[in-house]
Design a protein. Structure first.
Length: 78
């Protein structure tokens, strides 16, 4: 499966057995057009890659879509 994701401005806290982890909500669509979202806790590029452009783009965030804005509390339980 391929998914194209866009970073949003919403950060939630995931409660896990190991503690609380912040996660940014990313929104996107699958290759077949199904809307979805992901809770991203970590993202990185290879240590040998020039990450300057990646870091600039990572700083760009969009507002969470209206359809998801009221769905998530500030905490999510896994």
């Amino acid at each position: 499966m391929q998914v194209m994701l866009e970073s949003t401005d919403r950060i939630v806290e995931l409660i896990t057995p190991d503690g609380v982890i912040p996660a940014r909500i990313w929104e996107g669509t699958t290759a077949s057009g199904i809307r979805c979202h992901a809770f991203v806790t970590r993202i990185a590029v290879h240590k040998d890659a020039d990450a300057a452009e990646f870091e600039r783009e990572l700083a760009e965030v969009a507002p969470l879509s209206r359809g998801l804005a009221g769905v998530y509390d500030t905490r999510m339980v896994l």
